[in-house]
Ligand binder design. Structure first.
Ligand code: SF4
Length: 550
């Protein structure tokens, strides 16, 4: 039975990808990606079918070269023979030839503007005159045109997929590692598509940092609107990790954009089995659809502007500079706090203004607390209240998964720069679970860092070691290093770039081998995975970032 994932969203053009429509009036489409080698036909077919059985409506496979792209024919035919019509997508980095071959075989090809025409990154600053820069743009057109023609001839759609971690050295040199650079990277390719009247384009712009990802998508929407482009959007948080961390990061990032009507297809990237991503994606979209009639429209509630490219550290609460508190962990409910709702606002505002040091508890109980919270906080700001505000919601009677629901709702408000504290209640959860959830939501929005941050990719056909086991072991050994960012990536091709701002990196380097990084610098090359964890710990120690667990 088809789920209703349709609701009022940003108007977009419709792109047909096999039997699936993305954008226009189509519901939000759920997708995932295989982690098998694309040369492993039976393994890839089995995984595609598991994703489809879980409800995935589109499946991506990596095609690192022509050989893998050609094998997509075999995989596609086997999948179709077994009765699955799920559209397949080839994921291409660095190899236009693989893109050309894949575009003849599968329903959609994803290319990365950071490496489709530009060479692989060397993390070097390159100076360009305006003329040289314009000449580089000409190269993009010449590189992309043959692919557009093959796609046109075969009815293949294109995804232009920008990743924060794999911007080209050219874009980095001119714009830096910023949302502005990511948006321009996408727009350069989109302008070529528009100039050549190629319409079957979906666009994505992802980052592992949720604040960067949401801000960049919003800016891309504005940039496209300014040039009268209406391409549908694929949303995702890259390298979100696994377990609750990965679910919360994805729900905050994807959910807060969907809540604002942005997004036409989503992928939740977890470092778990690919089919495990689909129920999470479904929980996010189902919740947004369920509250969609109650969501604010842009003209009704102004969203606070809190992102500054020059200073991307989040503002610590709208009303006070303190790090947000977690009620139950840092503070217990206090009779001196002022309870506020939309309904009692006029009765309480004078009391609030008279005592700016007193906490105000914004009690959210409506179907759509994002709307309710924004209304309360907006009215407080308009009234000139400077009191610290705690967002409070009791999810005890909510039938949906509180982890996902609270991450979407509280995350949306926190990303807007609101709030000095979180108070999440749910009688179905333990005190520890509630505290962990609140801290995870604060960490995902980078409002409060309370533990090690892991940036781990989901793995794909390029991964040549046991990524999930490595993640579990590294987390166990380093989970106490609060604030340290550790990247755990499947491959050397994209891993070093895509682990973004990680302090240390553990990156697949060949069959059963990994390399270790300090920032972007490779410090230990090609060691067997059995030796890698102690060497990583040693590297952290050598750089003075280790402390023993308490
Ligand atoms: S970083 Fe991970 S998901 Fe990305 S290409 Fe490499 S192995 Fe695949």
């Amino acid at each position: 039975m088809k789920r209703n994932l349709n609701y009022r969203r940003r108007p977009t053009s419709e792109v047909k990808i096999g039997n699936v429509k993305v954008g226009g009036d189509a519901p939000v489409i759920l997708q995932s990606m295989t982690s098998t080698s694309t040369m492993d036909t039976p393994g890839s077919v089995a995984q595609i079918e598991r994703i489809a059985d879980a409800g995935g409506e589109m499946v991506r496979l990596t095609a690192q070269g022509e050989r893998e792209a050609v094998n997509l024919t075999e995989i596609r035919d086997r999948v179709r023979e077994e009765g699955y019509d799920t559209p397949l997508v080839a994921d291409i980095h660095f190899s236009p030839k693989a893109a050309f071959a894949a575009a003849e075989r599968v329903e959609k090809v994803r290319i990365n503007p950071g490496n489709f025409v530009d060479p692989g990154r060397v993390f070097r600053k390159i100076e360009f005159t305006d003329e040289e820069y314009a000449a580089e743009i000409g190269k993009i057109e010449r590189g992309l045109l043959p692919l557009l023609e093959i796609c046109r001839a075969h009815g293949t759609a294109l995804r232009i997929g920008v990743n924060h971690g794999s911007l080209s050295d050219r874009i980095m040199s001119r714009y830096g590692d910023t949302p502005a650079g990511m948006v321009e990277s996408a727009m350069e390719f989109l302008r070529v598509c528009v100039a050549h009247d190629f319409k079957d384009v979906v666009i994505s712009i992802k980052a592992s940092n949720v604040r960067v990802m949401t801000e960049t998508v919003r800016r891309l929407v504005k940039a496209m609107d300014a040039e009268d482009m209406h391409f549908p959007l694929h949303l995702g948080v890259t390298e979100a990790g696994d377990g609750e961390d990965g679910r919360v990061k994805s729900a905050v990032g994807i959910g807060s954009l969907l809540v604002d009507g942005i997004g036409d297809t989503i992928r939740v990237s977890l470092s778990e089995a690919p089919e495990a991503e689909i129920p999470v994606a479904r929980a996010i979209t189902d919740h947004v659809v369920s509250i969609s009639n109650h969501l604010p429209q842009a003209e009704e509630v102004e969203v606070a502007e809190t992102f500054d490219d020059a200073d991307p550290a989040p503002r610590r609460g709208r009303f006070s500079p303190k790090v947000p508190v977690v009620v139950g962990l840092d503070l217990q409910p206090d009779a001196g706090w002022i309870d506020l709702t939309v309904e009692n606002f006029d009765d309480r505002i004078n009391e609030i203004l008279a005592a700016p040091e007193r906490y105000v508890v914004a009690n959210l109980s409506a179907v759509a607390p994002v709307t309710e919270g924004k209304v309360i906080l907006h009215r407080l700001a308009e009234a000139g209240a400077e009191n610290p505000v705690i967002l409070h919601r009791d999810y005890s009677d909510t039938p949906t998964d509180t982890t996902i629901t609270a991450a979407i709702e509280m995350g949306s408000l926190l990303l807007s720069g609101y709030s000095d504290g979180l108070w999440i209640e749910d009688k179905k959860m333990t005190k520890e679970q509630l505290e962990s959830l609140a801290l995870n939501v604060l960490q995902a929005t980078r409002q409060r860092i309370s533990k090690t941050e892991y940036i781990s990719c989901p793995g794909c056909g390029r991964t040549l070691y046991d990524l999930q086991t490595a993640i579990a072991r590294i987390k166990e050994a380093t989970g106490h290093l609060t604030g340290l960012k550790i990247g755990i990536m499947g491959c050397i091709v994209n891993g070093p770039g895509e682990m973004a701002d990680a302090d240390y990196g553990y990156v697949g380097a060949g069959v059963g081998n990994v390399s270790l990084y300090k920032g972007k610098q490779c410090m230990v090359k090609n060691i067997p995975t059995e030796e890698a964890l102690p060497r990583l710990i040693q590297l952290i120690k050598d750089n003075g970032d280790w402390k023993d667990p308490e």
